[in-house]
Design a protein around this ligand. Structure first.
Ligand SMILES: *Cc1c(COP(=O)(O)O)cnc(C)c1O
Length: 341
């Protein structure tokens, strides 16, 4: 297989049309087989449920070229399970987890020429998503749905190395208690666009959201969970029913406990505890870990001891171990790596 002629080392984190995408349709209570197609367009009625009432959810994962030249993906079953949960909460039909994983594998296999080579820093981003495709005008779930998977090669999230970011405490709230914060729904992102654009205009990279009920506990950012390192080397991560269960965070917790012999605490994290932490990071599929150097709370600065120059030593070890597992340099726990080619 001949790779596409792309400048792999200089890709941005953006969309590029690749050869094939997977499309399955749900009609009269059942999913069809699904096909791989060249057609990147979606044709739906002007009154589709997704367009009128935002009935849509998505997933995000990556395929990697490992050190030995294999192409793999990381824990796709967890994405499949999470998408099942998102669908149930949005009254959408579930696309079964085993079919989800199978469709991910097929879609990547149909686009092998687009998988960035080992060592380039780039990866193939995989975006499964589903939406209500039939007409809805009275408020109710659609009767027909489309499940699709697109893939696109992406560069490293941080160009020119990992630099700590400055974030702010948001005056906006992200997800209500007993709301939809725990599912990967487009609606959670639509409402976050104004807070993030406002943050960028004020010079901040991200928003730290607090729990809306009391505004006293740390939740997450718009698209990444928090991990904190204490002075004695414990990993602390917020526990809340309204944060999205990040697969990266769950994997880092496992790596901390089983590879690095660290203590881990998943618990409520009061905002007042923030100055106690020596390292702060954001975690998610896109960046794996982004270090946070400073948090600004309405003018009041909290400077993280690990500083603004580089990722702190403990986050660095976590980052190196997890990316080592993903890239095949470190042995993975059973079931974490799905070989594609
Ligand atoms: C996708 C997402 C994350 C990160 O989850 P991963 O599975 O690690 O990619 C974190 N927070 C929100 C709100 C998300 O949508």
């Amino acid at each position: 297989m001949e790779k596409k002629d792309l400048d792999w080392g200089n890709l941005s984190f953006g969309y590029m049309k690749t050869d094939k995408r997977f499309v399955a349709n749900y009609k009269q209570g059942a999913w069809d087989e699904g096909v791989l197609t060249d057609d990147d367009r979606v044709i739906i009625t002007e009154c589709a449920g997704v367009l009128q009432y935002a009935q849509t959810c998505f997933e995000g994962l990556k395929a990697y070229t490992t050190e030995d030249g294999s192409i793999v993906t990381f824990r796709p079953d967890l994405n499949g399970q999470r998408m099942e949960n998102s669908c149930r909460r949005l009254e959408m039909p579930v696309f079964p987890c085993d079919r989800f994983v199978d469709a991910v594998v097929k879609t990547v296999r149909a686009n092998l020429a687009w998988v960035p080579p080992y060592g380039s820093g780039a990866t193939l981003y995989i975006r499964p998503y589903m939406f209500g495709s039939s007409a809805v005008i009275g408020v109710k779930p659609a009767e027909e749905y489309q499940f699709r998977i697109l893939v696109t090669p992406v560069g490293p999230y941080f160009k020119g190395g990992v630099k700590p970011i400055v974030i702010r405490v948001s005056d906006f709230d992200r997800a209500a208690p007993r709301g939809t914060g725990h599912i990967k729904a487009g609606l959670n992102y639509a409402m976050s666009l104004h807070p993030i654009m406002d943050a960028h205009r004020q010079g901040f990279a991200e928003n730290m959201y607090l729990d809306p009920a009391t505004r006293s506990k740390i939740e997450e950012t718009g698209g990444a969970n928090f991990i904190f390192i204490t002075r004695d080397g414990t990993l602390v991560t917020p526990k809340s029913s309204s944060i999205l269960p990040s697969i990266t965070r769950r994997s880092l917790v496992y790596v901390a406990e089983h590879y690095l012999n660290m203590k881990v605490e998943e618990r409520e994290v009061p905002f007042t505890e923030l100055p106690e932490f020596v390292e702060v990071g954001l975690c998610g599929t896109a960046a794996v870990i982004s270090p946070v150097g400073k948090i600004v709370d309405n003018g009041k600065e909290i400077c993280v001891p690990s500083g603004m120059a580089d990722m702190g030593p403990v986050l660095r070890k976590l980052y190196d171990t997890l990316t080592g597992i993903q890239m095949g340099r470190i042995e993975a726990p059973e079931g974490w790596i799905t070989k594609i080619a």
